[in-house]
Ligand binder design. Structure first.
Ligand SMILES: *Cc1c(COP(=O)(O)O)cnc(C)c1O
Length: 361
């Protein structure tokens, strides 16, 4: 069995049982004589896959029929543009919490569509934190507040979401999607590219209140209008069928693990092993995120020199741990421990960090 621990930020590990089931069903999906990649997206077989994936995601998040689950292409990045195109209406201001490169890019796309305001920024402290609700400064006439729940590059994550009252709250959950329970009633629209936590690249899951999506500008191109996806059950055109199928398998796997409460407990326990080593040797492992903003998904830290960092990455890869190099804009080390990272992977990394410290302090 040649499986290794992939700590890469995305695409990232998928649960082994999901890969094995996909493998077993690859050539002949449940006796239909075809692969999921070959069946029509209009067939009853795909309709069942599509509807079951939506239903299981709703069950995981405790959502009722007032919510729509949509599957799209274009990655998380397309959502940066679609959100303002759909919701940043004339005379309104898009408010953004600038907590990392992805939030910053989203704001940049919105600025091409209309007026934006920075409701919060941690750019000057190298994106080492996220705001608590009282730190947000909202503009007048806000169309929405946009936040990035987990800042993949910097290793920060919200631990409390603001209550915005009548102002819609929109969030990028790309890198912590379905990793813990979420108070969805606070949100109007959330999305996540699948390839970090819940599936392969090529499909983005968008979850929105139906009332929020209804009534979009009819002049929007159909494929850039959320209402098209909602009204056509994500099959106005050919959806990324194989990606939707894998997301459905992952959702079933999450339910079998005990749902999002169980995942949060496990995810906390995993990443705490890494933070414990960082906190034990702060002069050697310098955590990048403020402690109260630390992510449950991505631990980011620096070693005393880039030479040591390179050796750390190299030696880890020799013992079956890859993907530890930090994002190119941030440098250092980043360990991503998404849902599918087994506990043994976290233990293995923590033990390696302990040993590396003792050999190089
Ligand atoms: C990876 C990532 C994105 C970009 O996703 P793509 O699918 O590559 O477009 C956006 N937001 C966050 C938080 C991410 O981690």
């Amino acid at each position: 069995m040649g499986r290794i621990y992939n700590f890469g930020a995305g695409p990232s590990m998928l649960p082994l049982p999901v890969l094995e089931q996909a493998q077993a069903e690859l050539v002949d999906y449940r006796g239909c004589g075809m692969s999921v990649m070959e069946i029509s997206h209009r067939s009853a077989i795909f309709e069942e896959i599509n509807n079951a994936a939506q239903a299981d995601i709703k069950q995981l998040l405790g959502l009722d029929d007032n919510w729509s689950v949509m599957f799209m292409g274009g990655g998380g990045t397309l959502q940066f543009a679609m959100i303002p195109m759909n919701f940043l209406t004339p005379g309104k201001v898009g408010a953004y919490a600038d907590t990392g490169n992805f939030a910053h890019k989203a704001m940049g796309e919105a600025a091409k569509v209309g007026e934006v305001a920075v409701a919060y920024s941690s750019r000057s402290t190298n994106y080492d934190r996220v705001p608590s609700p009282e730190n947000l400064r909202m503009p007048h006439q806000a169309a929405y507040l946009y936040i990035c729940s987990n800042n993949t590059v910097y290793g920060t994550e919200y631990h409390e979401y603001p209550d915005m009252g009548h102002i819609p709250l929109i969030a990028d959950f790309s890198s912590d999607f379905l990793s813990r329970p979420v108070p969805m009633d606070k949100f109007s629209l959330v999305y996540g590219g699948a390839q970090k936590n819940i599936g392969p690249a090529g499909v983005t899951v968008v979850i929105a209140k139906k009332n929020f999506v209804r009534g979009r500008d009819e002049n929007l191109p159909l494929m850039l209008n959320y209402e098209t996806f909602m009204n056509h059950n994500s099959t106005y055109n050919t959806p990324p069928v194989f990606g939707v199928y894998i997301v459905g398998l992952v959702a079933k796997w999450l339910l079998a693990q005990g749902g999002l409460e169980a995942m949060e407990i496990r995810n906390r326990r995993k990443i705490q092993k890494v933070y414990d080593v960082i906190d034990a040797y702060p002069d050697f492992y310098a955590g990048r995120a403020q402690k109260d903003s630390r992510s449950l998904m991505n631990a980011t830290f620096n070693l005393p020199t880039t030479d040591l960092e390179n050796r750390f990455i190299e030696e880890a890869s020799q013992v079956g741990m890859v993907g530890l190099k930090g994002h190119r804009v941030a440098g250092g080390i980043r360990a991503s421990l998404y849902n599918a990272m087994p506990e043994e992977g976290a233990e293995c990394l923590a033990a390696f960090m302990e040993d590396f410290y003792k050999r190089n302090r």
